[in-house]
Ligand binder design. Structure first.
Ligand code: GDP
Length: 455
């Protein structure tokens, strides 16, 4: 099914080697033909598809650029519709002029994610696979990209469909049995039902667990670098980011704001706030920074607490230790290049890992990375397995697990079988919502609204 044509620039909104204007819809090729003229006298609208044409793109009656036009015929295209992609030089002025010409020729500007939404509506991708497209685009490292690609290729959907199918099979038997008690329908025993429910529940719990341990690779971990002034937090931050991000001085309190940065360590993504030194101060501006630091610390999942190992442990250090309670926490005994006044033994009881480091020389960085991977349980993540993409999918899984738990309880309690059926049915619905086979228009709209324009 083809809708009226939509168009957008599919390459980033920045100068680049190539800029692509994508047009998709029932009259996409006729529209492309009005803007793009091939050097040979070929008719784009008569193209069989899977062809590249060299020629010129025109805007406001004048040649705008030399270009290549790629043509795809429905249903063998990304969206499942006729698609033309005009590839011109990636200057913002050129791409925007050609886009305007395409719109003047009859296309409508595409909404965020509208190309992928059409692919979904045309059955090219399910909802989980569609979401993995954005995850693939946004992946910061190998593990995240690999997981997204596997989901795009249907690994997750295959497992979720199998789970839904198993539970739906029980529901079908239950319905038949409840609705036609007099018929000779093969009865499924309570223990068989329980087996299916608990096996499916265990599978889904594994998938949820994998998503949680993979968040360090995919979404990133909210992290705070905490420590009293001058222990070396900014220097640690600079060591991790690889360049001078914060002002590093010997004057206590020079880092006044929380500087936020996405830092990629191996494949792990840390969303780090290098906070102002946490300490009592009379300086108003610095005080604001201190408050921000405390708030960030409350929100953080991981705390990297920095100590100056060349100085005795102070009262302020002890307060920071107290603030790190209930978090995943690594202590960095910084300034290992100087003579040591704090021993790891003094600190380690309060932390998951304690690492000796010199932010100035980089010594100990590898130990820190290993500690990080351990504390975030990165080894539990398998990017080759079925992986969830994002909280929406996780929420569907969690709901399915909850309903399966209720179904098992209902079996144990010996309530009527239609009550068991209702719980199992809800579990199936949650799984069908995940893959989009039974998702409301509102859910679908919400998913695609998070996409970028042109995808
Ligand atoms: P912050 O206030 O905690 O952000 O601390 P800074 O990163 O600004 O560092 C304070 C001072 O300690 C600066 O003079 C740094 O150069 C110094 N410093 C930081 N890390 C090290 C280190 O590993 N060894 C030594 N010798 N000095 C360091």
């Amino acid at each position: 099914m083809s809708e009226p044509a939509i168009a957008a620039v599919s390459t980033p909104n920045a100068p680049g080697g190539i800029g692509i204007i994508r047009i998709s819809g029932e009259n996409a090729l006729e529209i492309a033909e009005k803007v793009f003229v091939p050097v040979r006298n070929e008719k784009i609208s008569a193209s069989k598809g899977y062809r590249a044409y060299f020629g010129s793109a025109f805007a406001e009656g004048k040649k705008a650029d030399e270009a290549v036009c790629l043509v795809y015929r429905a249903p063998h295209s990304y969206t499942g519709e006729d698609v033309a992609e005009i590839n011109c030089h990636g200057g913002l002025y050129i791409t925007n002029s050609v886009l305007r010409a395409v719109i003047a020729a009859g296309a409508r500007p595409a909404q965020p994610g509208e190309f992928t939404k059409r692919a979904f509506l045309n059955g090219k991708l399910d909802l989980a696979e569609s979401e993995s497209v954005m995850a693939l685009i946004g992946a910061s490292g190998r593990q995240a990209a690999n997981a997204a690609l596997n989901t795009l290729e249907g690994k997750l959907s295959g497992e979720i469909d199998a789970c839904a199918h198993a539970v739906a099979g029980v529901c079908a038997s239950l319905s038949a049995w409840v609705d036609y008690p007099d018929e000779d329908i093969e009865e499924i025993s309570a223990s068989e039902m329980e087996q299916v429910f608990s096996d499916t529940k265990a599978k889904l719990e594994t998938i949820i667990g994998r998503y949680d341990s993979g968040r360090a690779f995919t979404e990133g971990v909210e992290t705070v670098i905490a420590g009293r002034p001058n222990v070396g937090k900014s220097t640690v931050m600079n060591l991790l980011t690889g360049y001078d991000r914060s002002i590093v001085t010997d004057v206590a309190g020079t880092t006044r704001d929380a500087v936020e940065e996405k830092v990629i360590i191996g494949d792990i993504v840390l969303k780090i706030a290098d906070t102002a030194g946490i300490r009592e101060t009379d300086d108003k501006v610095e005080n604001i920074g201190v408050e921000i630091a405390k708030k960030r610390l409350e929100r953080a999942e991981l705390v990297i607490a920095v100590f100056d190992s060349a100085e005795e442990l102070t009262q302020e250090d002890r307060e920071i230790i107290a603030l790190c309670r209930d978090k995943k926490k690594i202590a960095l005994l910084n300034k290992s290049d100087l003579s040591r006044k704090i021993t790891p033994e003094e600190i380690s009881p309060f932390f998951d890992r304690t690492v000796t480091i010199s932010a100035r020389t980089g010594e100990g960085r590898e130990d820190f990375e290993n500690a990080l991977a351990e504390i975030l349980h990165c080894a539990d993540f398998d990017s080759e397995a079925a992986n969830l993409t994002g909280e929406r999918q996780r929420d569907c899984c969690v709901r399915a697990v909850g309903h399966l738990g209720e179904a098992i309880e209902a079996l144990h309690a010996g309530v009527t079988l239609d009550a068991v059926n209702v719980c199992a049915d809800c579990a199936v619905d949650a799984l069908l919502e995940l893959t989009g086979k039974k998702a409301s228009a509102a859910v679908v709209d919400e998913v695609f609204s998070r996409f970028c324009v042109g995808k």
